[in-house]
Design a binder for this molecule. Structure first.
Ligand code: NAP
Length: 290
């Protein structure tokens, strides 16, 4: 496997997304040149302002539909590496295919474009999700990169997609007091978005990361939020999850060994950043305080 180092050029897909904005920042700060793909330059004008200081090290190109064959043929030309993050992440649909088809076709489309037109491409970093790893379980279990969540694909085929959920909505609802005690007893998984972004950069230049699947998130209980000392959030039953084992556990050994990353930043720091973000966006009725 070949190491890619700055000032190499990286193609970042879905550059306007919540995650990719951080990924862009990390690659630029590390000295790479970046070409971002977006569906709309108008919608992504904030990126041009945000990264104006990087001059010609940063450019945006339009790729309107990532699922089309050849969508990335132009975009991959002249880049040394690809960070493919574009994929729908929403709950507006109850059809699994609305999420799975763009995820799969977007990936095969960019790999085919890289094969045909990306003669300089030496590394592809593909963003996935822990939901591709874990399966629902009632007994504590440790998941790692060898696990694949085939059960949910089957469940969605037979039961529909009511189990598909949104992590940000759950955090927002916990912070606004909209969650019930029973919901707070549930476990979630989390990671700081800045850590995931840094993982993309390190996965680009760490030789040993080539060909590997790498987990970066870890477990928490929603009940932990009021216990972090954050005010005006759903209270639930403080103390009720103390000492309870997590049912879903994720191993992050590979992130540490291959990328030198310790994914577990303190949960309080991550929640505090979310509180500040929601406050800054002026959501009505948002009163959580760190
Ligand atoms: N946020 C999380 O908690 C989380 C957790 C695990 C994994 N991830 C993964 O991280 C990546 C980014 O997630 P995010 O939360 O940052 O999502 P997001 O803000 O909703 O952004 C999704 C990005 O994908 C683009 N996209 C979606 N469907 C597309 C299509 N058919 N053609 C072209 N572009 C398309 C969107 O473009 P538009 O803006 O034009 O729609 C946007 O740039 C995804 O791969 C997601 O699965 C996120």
């Amino acid at each position: 496997m070949v190491a890619i180092s700055p000032p190499a050029k990286v193609l970042i897909t879905g550059a306007n997304s919540y995650l990719a904005t951080w990924v862009l920042k990390k690659y630029l700060e590390a000295g790479y040149s970046v070409r971002g793909t977006v569906r709309s330059l108008y919608k992504s004008a904030f990126l041009v302002d945000k990264f104006a200081n990087y001059g010609d090290r940063f450019e945006l190109v339009v790729v309107e539909d990532i699922t089309k064959d050849g969508a990335f043929d132009q975009a991959v030309m002249g880049v040394d590496a690809i960070a493919h993050t574009a994929s729908p992440f929403h709950y507006k649909s109850n059809k699994a295919d609305d999420l799975i088809i763009p995820a799969v076709r977007g990936t095969t489309s960019i790999l085919n474009s890289a094969l045909k037109h990306g003669s300089n491409v030496k590394r592809v970093v593909l963003t996935s999700s822990f939901v591709a790893v874990f399966e629902l379980t009632t007994v504590p279990h440790v998941f790692n990169e060898s696990n694949w969540n085939d059960a949910s694909v089957e469940a969605v085929k037979t039961k529909g997609s009511e189990d598909i959920n949104t992590s940000q909505r759950e955090i927002y609802d916990t912070l606004t007091g909209a969650r019930t005690g029973a919901q707070l007893q549930r476990q979630g998984t989390w990671v700081n978005v800045a850590v995931v972004a840094e993982a993309h950069v390190r996965a680009t230049h760490a030789v040993a990361a080539g060909g590997q699947r790498i987990v970066t998130s870890g477990p928490f209980f929603y009940q932990d939020f009021p216990e972090l000392g954050i005010q005006n959030v759903s209270r639930g039953e403080p103390g009720s999850t103390k000492g309870l084992p997590f049912v879903i556990n994720l191993e992050t050994k590979k992130a540490e060994e291959l990328l030198g990353l310790t994914p577990a930043t303190p949960l309080k720091d991550v929640v505090a950043e979310s509180v500040e973000d929601f406050k800054a966006r002026g959501h009505p009725g948002f009163t959580a305080q760190v």
